[in-house]
Design a protein around this ligand. Structure first.
Ligand code: SAM
Length: 283
């Protein structure tokens, strides 16, 4: 898979892609990162890539011509069909589902805006999709491009050591992931939940599932209805999580990070009642 990043700051992308999982994937040739600097396609003596906005206002706007030429260079390097994404605060929210879908594509062009943004005609003429990494405004698209590259690369075959890893993480099945622990078994008076030491795989699976439901209810309650409607969670799964909640000792609650059991209970109860007969995978 190859990412073609159009950026005025190529060093940010090169640097950001040289560490950890992504850095290793680049070294192994599992993903490739190319950068194209629109400034190389500026035509005036000052190598200008921006100008004042029509209609007035703060901030300069990136000129369409250098960006079109840079897009052309990226597309000819791709040598075939490519997905074109403009990182933009106005875009469709980036998500786990989008990262999995993009991981099936071989060539992706990522356009990083700067200053006040990009002349909209360039976005329309080149057919860029607008994608946002969150409801806030960044100074440039480079951090967004790095987020996309990182999240997408994790779903490419062989990038993570264990090929199943990315299917076992938060959002893979809507819910957040269960908490994780390693040695020592007891730290600062907090003990690793005893079931995780039991070697009983079915019990460990149930415990993790219940903890995932409880933590999702605490941190991201809006995901619960999504999980219910997709059949990832059902009434009996919710009841099992509620029963597990009542059985937790104070120490286990602290070790799990369940800070407000009352709130978690209140958020889960409507799902156990209203949808107790619904279909869906059992926990
Ligand atoms: N005037 C623009 C607006 O209000 O939406 C913001 C421009 S911002 C200062 C400069 C560039 O940062 C944008 O062109 C875009 O590429 C990038 N950017 C800003 N916020 C972003 C976000 N939430 N997600 C992805 N890219 C973003």
């Amino acid at each position: 898979m190859r990412f073609h990043v159009l950026t005025l700051f190529p060093e940010m992308i090169r640097q950001g892609c040289s560490h950890g999982v992504v850095g290793q994937a680049v070294k192994d040739g599992k993903i490739r990162i190319e950068t194209v600097n629109p400034r190389d396609f500026a035509t005036d003596v000052h190598r200008s890539v921006d100008d004042r906005p029509f209609g007035g206002g703060d901030g300069m706007v990136l000129l369409p011509e250098p960006l079109a030429a840079a897009t052309g260079k990226a597309l000819s390097a791709a040598g075939g069909p490519a997905r074109k994404i403009y990182l933009s605060a106005r875009g469709r929210p980036f998500s786990d589902a989008m990262s999995r879908e993009l991981a099936t594509v071989d060539e992706v062009v990522l356009l990083c805006g700067r200053y006040g943004g990009v002349d909209q005609r360039l976005i329309e003429a080149e057919g860029y999709e607008e994608v946002s990494i969150g409801d806030y405004v960044l100074s440039g698209g480079e951090l967004g491009a790095l987020v996309v590259i990182d999240a997408v690369s994790r779903h490419r075959p062989g990038v993570l050591g264990n090929s199943a890893s990315s299917f076992d993480e938060s959002f893979a099945e809507v819910l957040l992931e269960h908490p994780q622990y390693t040695r020592p078994r007891e730290w600062l008076g907090l003990e690793v939940p005893v079931v995780l030491l039991s070697g009983n795989h079915a019990k460990v699976r149930d415990w993790r599932r219940n903890a995932a439901v409880l933590l999702t209810a605490q941190a991201r309650p809006e995901l619960l209805s999504d999980a219910m409607s997709r059949g990832v969670l059902n009434g009996s799964g919710v009841r099992a999580a509620l029963e597990a909640l009542e059985a937790l000792s104070d120490g286990e609650r602290r070790a799990i990070g369940l800070r407000d059991p009352g709130l978690v209970r209140a958020r889960l109860r409507p799902f156990s009642q209203a949808l107790s007969g619904s279909r869906g995978s059992e926990p």
